[in-house]
Design a protein around this ligand. Structure first.
Ligand SMILES: *Cc1c(COP(=O)(O)O)cnc(C)c1O
Length: 395
């Protein structure tokens, strides 16, 4: 027993252990309460132990947990109907995670051209700073050296261009290009929104060249930005979209959505999953949609966003040597730090407020979408206290 640690040491974990959660709050075994603006990385969209989700999960647990996709799963069909009703999509494939939703999106794009007599079109253009998951194909799509190193030959077929360089994207399209894949708001990369004009420009470019637009809305989707999906802010629709995180509210599942035309190659036997779309996941997924599709839900997200943004803007004015910029859309908010983002996350944690570091020296604030105005104000007080601790004035 040279090494007694049983887990792969791939994560740097916070020392705090939580035992229970309710709404926007987490509690340690000793009863210490933390305000959760990490949201399990944009996953707990409806907060912890939301009564409607608990009820859906428990009642499904008493009936039936799992069926393979060799059976009809009525709740899977129902959730797909509701998702297609609410979006651009005609077709849905359910997965267990975000990376698998992206894998399905990539396969869907390649198969589309394969069955339409252009098998040479398989390449996908992606953007520097992107994050699409940790499978072999999605680390190739993300193109980040730190995630690719040591994992053998990079999966072929991804061409990366700089962020915000429309001309570079144009120049990268050739007769092997199948699609352009982007996050409407780069999450992991540092909460960098793609400007609306840019998204519209990409849509036009795809139409012009007869290629597909794939959006990765794993982090930005399901109400997080104040629209059901972030691309709605730009008034465009993709051909294919990957979704996960918030769609399960904490139950692990994802989905790939597509137009009927884009999905025309995904015929019998071309793709599959054992767990994807099983009854437990679908019970929770339908319950999440019940809440997110309520009339006032997105209004609430936009209302609390306003309070958060105003508070952060004022903190930026008061601590210019610590905060360089505030960015993002809705409750996908980033504080671009002038000093170390890790130090700010730690200082916030000392004030019992959880947040997530991101690339580009950013601290991400990803609270449950049900966060109240009072809770946002409480978080702002705690951020202020953390900034004060880090401020040169106070040392
Ligand atoms: C988290 C994330 C993924 C990967 O999702 P997993 O469930 O971790 O596989 C992909 N794309 C984006 C934009 C993400 O934020």
């Amino acid at each position: 027993m040279a090494d007694a640690k049983p887990l792969y040491e791939t994560y740097s974990r916070s020392p705090i252990v939580f035992e229970r959660g309710h709404g926007v709050w987490l509690e340690t075994p000793a009863g210490e309460r933390y305000l959760d603006f990490a949201g399990g990385i944009a996953v707990t969209s409806l907060g912890h132990t939301h009564p409607h989700l608990v009820e859906a999960l428990k009642s499904q647990a008493d009936k039936l947990w799992h069926l393979s996709n060799l059976q009809e799963i009525p709740d899977q069909t129902r959730l797909a109907e509701r998702l297609t009703e609410a979006t651009f999509a005609d077709k849905v494939f359910f997965t267990n995670s975000g990376a698998e939703a992206l894998e399905c999106a990539i396969k869907t794009a390649r198969r589309h051209f394969y069955v339409n007599g252009q098998p040479q079109r398989y390449r996908i253009i992606t953007i520097e700073g992107a994050f699409h998951g940790r499978t072999l194909a999605t680390i190739a799509a993300g193109g980040q050296a730190k995630y690719l190193e040591g994992f053998g030959p990079k999966v072929e077929g991804f061409d990366q261009v700089p962020f915000g360089d429309h001309e570079a994207i144009k120049a990268a399209i050739n007769d092997e290009t199948a699609a352009i894949l982007v996050e409407p708001v780069q999450g992991e990369g540092g909460i960098r929104p793609l400007p609306k004009e840019c998204l519209r420009g990409l849509r036009d470019l795809c139409d012009e060249h007869g290629i597909l637009l794939i959006l990765d809305e794993v982090q930005s989707g399901v109400g997080r930005t104040g629209m059901l999906f972030a691309h709605e802010w730009a008034g465009i629709t993709p051909d294919i979209m990957a979704v996960a995180k918030g769609i399960g509210g904490g139950f692990p599942f994802g989905a790939c959505l597509a137009t009927a035309e884009a999905a025309d190659g995904m015929t019998l036997g071309t793709h599959g999953t054992t767990y994807g779309g099983n009854p437990l996941a679908m019970a929770v997924g339908n319950a999440v949609l019940d809440v997110v599709l309520e009339d006032s839900f997105l209004t609430h997200v936009n209302d609390v966003t306003l309070v958060l943004r105003q508070g952060l803007a004022s903190l930026k004015d008061r601590y210019p040597d610590l905060i360089e910029d505030i960015r993002g859309i809705g409750l996908l908010t980033g504080i671009k730090c002038a000093k170390s983002n890790a130090d700010l996350v730690t200082a916030m944690r000392n004030e019992h407020l959880l947040a997530v570091p991101a690339g580009d020296n950013v601290v991400r604030l990803l609270p449950p979408l049900i966060v109240s105005v009072e809770e946002v104000r409480e978080a702002l007080h705690r951020i202020e206290a953390a900034l004060e601790m880090l401020s040169p004035k106070s040392s």
